[in-house]
Design a protein around this ligand. Structure first.
Ligand SMILES: Nc1nc2c(c(=O)[nH]1)N[C@H]1C(S)=C(S)[C@@H](COP(=O)(O)OP(=O)(O)OC[C@H]3O[C@@H](n4cnc5c(=O)[nH]c(N)nc54)[C@H](O)[C@@H]3O)O[C@H]1N2
Ligand SMILES: Nc1nc2c(c(=O)[nH]1)N[C@H]1C(S)=C(S)[C@@H](COP(=O)(O)OP(=O)(O)OC[C@H]3O[C@@H](n4cnc5c(=O)[nH]c(N)nc54)[C@H](O)[C@@H]3O)O[C@H]1N2
Ligand SMILES: [Mo]
Length: 726
């Protein structure tokens, strides 16, 4: 034991937390992982971070470069040298560029790694220097919320510090489950303190979530995709009873009159009463009345609109309607209030994540009349870009289908693409259409099996880096290297440094070592005075006398601090949306029926609404097949007792979930904790499609539509299915 070394690092996968990991190393091997026991607030890792040892040593780690020898997707590979692998990748890139042009190179990276230097952008830089590529837009996470945030507030910095929730008198969590999804490491701690303080917490969710069970005083179940109707009916109650904060609306917003005219039915002869909303949402009119009055009269109050309800084919209407109701209660820019929107509260992410070739939302760019791109696809203003949900259609149809290019080569990094993107079966077909696929991966994922060249990457435990919090809390984490890279694996950066010269790109590293880059980035933040100290401590926590409150300046001193929108005000009516001239995305928030929603005629055939939530033991698919985690909580489809009885299904039975896109076989969790008519298959399980086309892995995306909302939100929470006993 005397020889144990303790190395400070932090997880940098796409989990809602970012926590301190203390890795115990003996003779070059990890023997144990502990977490923060230092200063408050401690950044304590959950079961997933602590189980990470099993991922580093998992038997499916990729050990050496490989080339495909079987059919695509079959998973038969042969070991090759790094030289042969990189020569082949370079050769294919040059060939495709020569024959089809740079736009036929598709670059795809997702959330796998979110550190400062070892990220997907490392590869993107090589491809940019190589003459360009086709990029994707449309974040799976937040595009609906981001779109609403940009359209209404003109910024993504709309969140207040978590500590400020302790100044609230009422907290409404709407489609938000941070007990599982974390949403920055100490959110649950703050909610627990709020509960201890006696602050009332209401949860609106089709599921009785862990957060609801632990923190909430009241659960209001609602039909997926109908939340905008409930919010709009709350606005109706407030206007009818004169409860809206008219002073705030007059001073800080534009377009309330138009919204009011829609809400009261002057525009379309349909008053959006609680009774109207009850029909749509399944929430009783009296509950809607009570919540509307409670929220309007309990000040300050924080309504937190999650990203889950916005991850649907009309997703942005929920996020926009939430902001409208929040504005009506005057809870913007004040202590204990909450503005909704994207909900960034601190700049750590912008400070150390590379800006690279592009990044989400250019902050600080003044609003422009022609900046519609800032709404749709945010910081990706390229003429050659494809929405991530439409990738497979783009590969299958190319320019003939109206897409900006004919994709021929896919360069995939930090993503289990076929697993995480909607409509896996279509994806598999599309992948057969590509001339060449190169993938950088750590494990033999279902997507990795489709590579022509597969390159092994090391994990954050095996390299040096640093990482910001997931959303926007005031701290930074340093990632010390704990062990040598496993087998022949390399970092994405090292791969790029060796690939770049083969493409005629000299000086990829710009003459700097990784450590020099890390020092430079640290210095640039202005938040970390001493790099060596930061590296030694593994963490820097910033302390403020007052918790950050979004839009405090705009509200306290509006003359000098306009909102960063065209009008300088909160745009309940958004001119950019009016320019889009699309009835499916009107300039004021409206409730619009959702494709594959509760009232879609397709319900005759597929009567159940499928959600695919983020799971306790998972980071998407990154932690699949780790025995410790599987033991804690195996994956199941949630099915209500009512729906189960109707179908003769008992708890633990194998069931088939299906629609026109695919079939999935999993075990059922029969529970009172989900609204009848709704099922939940947590996202992320590795697909494993058998010879009959049935996925035995339990991957939700076998069932989801490859479509997006008019604003760009993914449609993975608006999906119709049927379930039967297998
Ligand atoms: N443990 C864990 N944590 C994670 C992740 C993970 O994979 N695992 N992933 C991280 C990432 S990248 C992201 S983007 C976030 C995602 O964070 P979220 O988007 O907040 O997570 P979800 O679980 O998809 O959805 C949250 C809640 O919304 C509810 N919901 C879904 N549709 C509707 C609806 O129409 N109306 C209402 N009212 N509620 C609805 C779901 O039942 C769920 O309880 O989580 C992060 N945190
Ligand atoms: N049905 C449904 N689908 C969803 C969602 C949903 O709610 N429902 N949520 C969506 C959301 S919010 C997100 S963010 C996406 C996530 O989509 P993805 O980012 O594709 O998710 P993962 O499955 O975690 O895949 C990440 C991969 O990166 C690899 N990786 C990790 N570190 C590194 C590294 O340093 N280098 C390289 N080259 N690879 C690395 C991991 O091994 C893993 O296979 O999924 C989306 N998909
Ligand atoms: Mo995400």
């Amino acid at each position: 034991m005397g020889k144990t070394q303790i190395v400070y690092t932090a997880c940098s996968h796409d989990c809602g937390g970012r926590c301190v990991l203390k890795v115990h190393v003996e003779q070059g091997r990890i023997v144990r992982i502990e977490t923060d026991s230092g200063d408050e607030p401690q950044l304590r890792a959950c079961l997933r971070g602590r189980a990470y040892r099993q991922r580093v040593y998992s038997p499916d780690r990729l050990q050496y470069p490989m080339k495909r020898v079987g059919a695509r997707g079959e998973g038969r590979f042969e070991k090759i040298s790094w030289d042969e692998a990189l020569d082949t990748v370079a050769h294919e890139l040059l060939r495709v560029k020569e024959t089809h042009g740079n736009t036929s190179i598709l670059f795809i990276s997702a959330g796998g790694s979110q550190s400062a230097i070892h990220v997907g952008i490392a590869i993107e830089r090589v491809l940019a220097s190589f003459g360009g590529y086709t990029q994707t837009w449309g974040s799976p996470s937040f595009e609906g919320a981001l779109f609403a945030s940009m359209a209404t507030y003109g910024t993504m910095t709309t969140g207040s510090a978590r500590e400020d929730l302790l100044n609230s008198r009422l907290i409404i969590i709407w489609g938000w489950n941070p007990a599982v999804t974390i949403w920055d490491t100490n959110t649950s701690l703050i909610l627990a303190k709020a509960k201890e303080k006696g602050i009332k917490i209401v949860s609106i969710d089709p599921r009785l979530t862990e957060s609801t069970a632990v923190f909430a005083n009241e659960w209001i179940p609602i039909r997926p995709g109908t939340d905008a109707a409930m919010l709009i009916a709350m606005a109706y109650v407030m206007i009818r009873d004169g409860l809206q904060d008219q002073k705030v609306l007059n001073a800080y917003t534009v377009g309330f009159d138009k919204f009011q005219s829609y809400v009261m039915g002057e525009e379309d002869s349909i008053p959006k009463t609680p009774a109207w909303a009850e029909e749509i949402t399944g929430v009783s009119a009296s509950t809607i009345e009570r919540l509307a009055v409670g929220y309007a009269t309990t000040k300050p109050a924080a309504l937190i609109p999650g990203w889950g309800p916005a991850r649907g084919l009309m997703g942005e209407q929920f996020s926009r309607a939430a902001i409208a109701v929040i504005a009506m209660t005057g809870n913007i820019g004040i202590k204990g209030g909450y503005a909704g929107g994207f909900m960034r509260a601190f700049h750590s992410r912008e400070m150390i994540m590379p800006r690279g070739v592009h990044n989400t939302v250019e902050q600080g760019t003044p609003p422009r009349k022609d900046s519609l791109y800032k709404l749709r696809g945010a910081g990706k203003p390229s003429s050659t870009r494809i929405h991530r949900a439409k990738l497979y259609d783009a590969i299958l149809q190319g320019k003939d289908g109206g897409y900006p290019c004919d994709p021929k080569l896919a360069y995939i990094v930090t993503s289990n693409l076929l697993n995480s993107h909607p409509n896996t079966n279509k994806g598999i077909a599309a992948f057969q259409n590509l001339e060449f696929i190169v993938i950088h991966e750590q494990r033999m994922t279902p997507t990795a099996r489709f590579a022509d060249i597969l390159l092994p990457v090391n994990t954050f435990i095996e390299r040096e880096d640093m990482v910001p919090p997931w959303l926007g809390s005031p701290y930074y984490l340093y990632q010390n290297q704990a062990i040598d890279p496993m087998y022949q694996s390399k970092s994405d950066r090292d791969i790029c440094a060796e690939l770049a010269p083969r493409l005629g790109i000299t000086d990829y590293r710009e003459g700097k070592t990784d450590e020099e880059w890390l020092r430079l980035i640290t210095g640039r933040t202005g938040d970390i005075p001493d790099f060596d100290r930061f590296k030694k401590d593994g963490v820097i926590k910033l302390h403020f006398t007052e918790p950050f409150v979004a839009f405090k300046q705009q509200v306290e001193d509006p003359a000098d601090n306009p909102f960063p929108t065209l009008s300088g005000k909160i745009e309940l009516y958004c001119e950019h949306l009016a320019e889009m001239n699309n009835p499916r995305i009107p300039p004021i928030p409206k409730y619009l029926p959702t494709p594959e929603g509760y009232d879609d005629p397709l319900r005759q055939k597929y009567p159940l609404q499928l959600l695919s939530t983020h799971y306790l033991t998972a980071i998407h698919s990154t932690l699949e097949k780790l025995p410790w985690l599987e033991e804690v909580k195996p994956r199941r489809v949630w099915l209500s007792t009512y729906d189960a009885e109707k179908r003769g299904i008992a708890d633990g039975d194998e069931v088939l979930i299906f629609n026109d896109r695919g079939k999935v076989l999993v075990r059922a969790k029969v529970t009172e904790r989900i609204l009848p008519g709704v099922v939940d298959l947590p996202q992320g399980a590795w697909f494993d499609i058998d010879e009959n086309g049935i996925d035995r892995g339990g991957c939700a995306n076998v069932l989801t539509p490859s479509e997006h909302s008019p604003g760009g939100a993914w449609g993975v929470n608006t999906v119709l299915v049927e379930v039967k006993k297998a």
